[in-house]
Design a protein around this ligand. Structure first.
Ligand SMILES: [Zn+2]
Length: 613
């Protein structure tokens, strides 16, 4: 599983990887000591496939045969994921290096082939007579697989014949072309101009330094970077309309082939999440837009900018202290912040550093951003591009949250149920960020300036995960519905609807530059099939759960750790309910937005009473 938080490429003027100290690189040798070992596992996939295919036509024979099939499939997938994980991580060390990238291409293509070759399983299981299924569901032999059988049955109305499934499986690699074209353009081919660096010189704009430039206190730097980013994307508007519309069309193809009422329903069905969760999120956030506008008013007042623009959202409200942290300090801060999660958690978290799960530094060609990724037989690795900022410390806490969730699930669950659903993926990571926030706030109570920084950091987080991602979620819903209604997506229609949404979300407080209309063109997440709403629900769950952990109530801590260990043993909303959050109601989202409103008020108080500004 890979949980990527920022898919942006890195600048080119960086040290080569060979100059980075080994202690700051992840230890991929722990996964495969050599490429020969990797090749050996790649070659084994054939025999594992044959072993799985021997059950073809025999699922109805007996409970033992079905159990045997599950075991053979798991053996194949487990090796497949291991081979894939190594290829993916190795290629991210330097995405311009064609040798590891070649291995990644090979295993990705093999993945798709195998999916096609194994596509007989579900249709065959679903074609069994009801009495047979009933017998299986009650058999002691299959007790462990009862949930899996139930999950397959849930897809019965949406599963095609074996031949049709095989065809869709074979097409999956080709159907990922729109996303691949977007990624190639966005990560490699696109070239941005030079922009002022804020230090009197200039710098070539990259996705990596874009957010840094938008955080500059120098308004001209922010504005020039903003303009250069969107003017450049504006030049590729037609290509990017084709890639995004192409991606939406693949979702529509899936919807039509599998007979879902809509592409949104098809996506939500995977997690067994009712449509009301998605719709409640949008309506709740819409209702709370006035709180967001109050926050923007505060920015305007504090920054003393009458014509607050879209490029004035990320810069610090109070003068940046330029304080940076060493890797050792970041480690100590994060581990101290996670102490409320208990001794068992703390001991496991130390391993991330001691066993070198983390690839820390930026280097030439390295995939930018940050993610946690791994498989059942690997460490839960973390890729970072650590520059020592406070944000980077938060990123470390975040990615460690993903990795600890993976570790606890796989040490407490068999392979078959160890992977947790993407729906809950951002919960553990965000909880860790909120714990870090609380820890830093407590340890800086005599430092008004740092306190104010932390409040703005939290507000920015809620702005970014709840308000912004819900706006994205609305956009995604809209573009799918447009095509479903037979209205084509054009560069103009995409920009027009994106611009309208921006106006609605940011209100009259913002003097929105027309350039923001093309922002849709650069967001990788629009290719992820209704992924982004999970950031907003995930943050809301995390806000409630971190409150529970920090209350010191041991039952609440146990309930939270239970969630981290649960893997995919239950429906995601039930796992969350066991942990103490009811995401079927609007309350968690409303509570998270209460936290936003309270934090805005607290920040206003602290800024105007302590005269920091
Ligand atoms: Zn994440």
């Amino acid at each position: 599983m890979f949980f990527s938080d920022d898919d942006f490429p890195s600048p080119s003027a960086l040290p080569p990887r060979s100059e980075i100290d080994d202690s700051l690189k992840w230890n991929l040798a722990a996964l495969y000591a050599s490429i020969d070992d990797w090749e050996r596992d790649f070659a084994i996939l054939d025999s594992l496939l044959n072993a799985a295919n021997r059950f073809n036509g025999h699922l109805g024979d007996s409970p033992e045969r079905l159990k045997g099939a599950y075991e053979a499939f798991d053996a194949l997938h487990r090796t497949l994921e291991k081979v894939y994980t190594h290829a993916r991580l190795a290629s991210d060390e330097d995405i311009s290096d064609s040798e590891p990238m070649g291995r990644l291409d090979r295993i990705t293509a093999r993945f798709a082939e195998l999916q096609g070759a194994l596509a007989w399983f579900e249709p065959e299981l679903l074609a069994l007579p009801d009495e047979r299924i009933e017998e299986y569901l009650n058999s002691a032999e299959l007790a462990f697989y009862k949930r899996s059988i139930g999950e397959t049955l849930r897809f019965k109305p949406h599963t095609l014949s074996a031949g049709e499934e095989r065809l869709l499986g074979m097409a999956s690699d080709a159907l990922s072309t729109p996303e691949k074209v977007f990624s190639a353009l966005n990560n490699v081919d696109i070239v941005f101009p030079e922009v002022p660096d804020g230090k009197g010189g200039s710098v070539v704009l990259t996705h990596g330094n874009f957010s840094k430039l938008l955080e500059s206190e120098n308004r001209e730097v922010r504005e020039k970077a903003f303009n250069a980013m969107y003017d450049t994307f504006g030049k590729y508007r037609d290509t990017l309309t084709a890639t995004l519309a192409g991606c939406v069309k693949t979702h529509l193809l899936n919807r039509a082939a599998r007979k879902y009422p809509s592409a949104l329903d098809a996506s939500l069905h995977v997690d067994d999440v009712p449509r009301s969760v998605y719709e409640n999120l949008i309506s709740t956030v819409r209702k709370r837009l006035p709180d967001f506008h109050s926050y923007l008013e505060l920015r305007k007042k504090v920054l003393k900018i009458d014509d607050l623009g879209m490029h004035d959202l990320r810069n610090p409200l109070i003068s940046d202290r330029d304080k940076t942290f060493t890797w050792g300090e970041a480690r100590a801060m994060v581990l101290a912040a996670l102490a409320p999660l208990g001794g068992e958690y703390a001991k496991l978290a130390e391993r991330a550093f001691d066993e070198r799960w983390i690839d820390v530094m930026e280097s030439k060609g390295k995939r930018s951003g940050a993610y946690s990724g791994g498989c059942y037989d690997s460490y839960p690795y973390i890729l970072m591009n650590f520059n020592g900022t406070l944000n980077d410390v938060f990123t470390l806490a975040h990615e460690l949250g993903h990795s600890m969730h993976s570790l606890l699930s796989k040490t407490n669950q068999e392979y078959h149920y160890a992977d947790y659903r993407i729906f809950v993926a951002e919960v553990a990571s965000t909880t860790n960020e909120l714990l870090l926030h609380d820890y830093l706030k407590r340890s800086s109570s005599d430092d008004d300036e740092l306190s104010a920084h932390l409040l703005t950091h939290l507000l920015d987080e809620i702005r970014g995960t709840v308000y912004r991602q819900t706006m994205f979620a609305e956009f995604e819903k809209h573009i799918h519905e447009e095509l479903e209604a037979g209205r084509p997506l054009t560069a103009d229609s995409l920009s027009e609807s994106y611009c309208e949404l921006n106006k609605a979300y940011h209100g009259k407080v913002i003097d929105a530059d027309a350039r923001i209309a093309v922002e849709w063109a650069r967001i990788p997440h629009f290719y992820y099939n209704f992924y982004v709403y999970k950031y907003a629900t995930g943050f809301s769950a995390a806000a409630a759960l971190s409150k529970g952990v920090l209350s010191g109530n041991s039952a609440k801590l146990e309930a939270y750790l239970g969630f981290l260990k649960a893997g995919s043993t239950k429906n995601v909303l039930d796992i969350m309910l066991d942990a103490g959050v009811d995401l079927r109601s609007s309350k968690p989202v409303d509570d998270a937005l209460d936290l936003f409103a309270e934090t805005t008020a607290e920040l206003a108080d602290s800024l105007f009473s302590t005269k920091i500004i």
